[in-house]
Design a binder for this molecule. Sequence first.
Ligand SMILES: Nc1ncnc2c1ncn2[C@@H]1O[C@H](COP(=O)(O)OP(=O)(O)OP(=O)(O)O)[C@@H](O)[C@H]1O
Length: 422
Amino acid sequence: MNIEHWAVFLDNTSQKSQLITSILKGTPPKILQGFQAAKGALFSKLAIERYIDEEDRHDTKILTADTDQALRSMSSGEQKKALLKYILSSDCDFIVLDNPFDNLDTDTQAHLKMQLETVSKQVGMIQLISRKSDLLSFIDNFARLKGDQLVVVGEKEVLSNSPTKERFTGQIPLALNSGLNSLEIDHDVLIELKSVNVSYMDKPVLKDINWSIKKGDFWELRGKNGSGKTTILSMITGENPKGYGQDLYIFGQKKGSGESVWDIKKKIGYFTPSMTDKFTGYHSVEHMLISGLNDSIGLYIRPTEVQLRTAEQWLQLIDLWHVKDALYHDLSMGQKRLVMCARAMIKHPPLLIFDEPTAGLDDASAALFVALVNKFAKESQTTIIFVSHRKEPDLRPDHIYHLEMKEIGSSGKVVPVAGQYI
Ligand SMILES: Nc1ncnc2c1ncn2[C@@H]1O[C@H](COP(=O)(O)OP(=O)(O)OP(=O)(O)O)[C@@H](O)[C@H]1O
């Protein structure tokens, strides 16, 4: 096989999974015929999730055969490293790289770029790419995937397409009286970590973390892959037992002092792309949104007039009122993310966590998503923690908490908002 390298530019409408399946099954679209009879491998977040599932269900350690650690507990960077190592040992002819740099910090991205460049001398690459800045420098063939149509394009044509700046007009709809919204929380300090230390199997991860998060704050949490961001967030949400026995206060209560994990969870909204992309239910857009008020998926009881009015206000705000009766399933990826973002906000939860929320979105959709988060932060009382490795130039947090990785465990500090991204 001739070694070919392609970039396939994705947008909001791209039917990416279909394309990946056809390529890996040996029935690619015409312009990728060069890969037809070759052995391919998939480098993607979805591939990692499949290996995690395999480990959980059958206890088969494929990517982690040489370590005791479970794939699930590794940081995103460690997982991607393990996947690449496995793929490179599998003797494949080409690799489909699905947004390979998502979830990686800048150093890890640079390292992966170098590795791929070296490997590209022997192995073909098809880079599926949503953000133009991610383009691998050795790629010399370009295509665009619109819906299910793959068309060849020139590099210039693709790269000159700058994202449109969109604005939301109107105001964030008010919170409904649920007993569980931000207005009903009377603690000024919502979350407090005092000298928190965490180690896993003798490996120190967090060292002396002090962080005080107040009601209505908008925080960005930064740190390299493996610096302990997920560890902190999972202690706050109650999923990580390392929170017990620490000086950790959530909604005014010390962790482990008899609070119900369920009560805490009800006050926290959590948004991560895999929730929205994996969701396959056939519900209308309007019902998906209203179901956010009940923490259910889909709607099983008739909505009240007030709920319907609030949903209308939200859909007008995000400019999706015209598709209110459409199936959520049929929306484009960018539209789905906006609906699920509004769904997380509709309740005005006391705390809302965004975990790499723009991964996989094209530049224009990511800008729109970030604009919605900024607006909500400004107009609501909800406290927001936003975690992303992506430089989102329009994000407007009030504060940044930075984890700096060290041998003895990461230390944390508040850095000026104008500070450099890592
Ligand atoms: N249950 C666990 N057992 C062993 N090690 C763990 C466990 N959970 C996390 N770790 C380790 O702790 C370190 C911090 O992981 P964590 O997921 O909190 O980092 P992160 O900052 O969220 O990284 P990323 O940005 O890549 O997602 C990593 O080295 C990870 O392998």
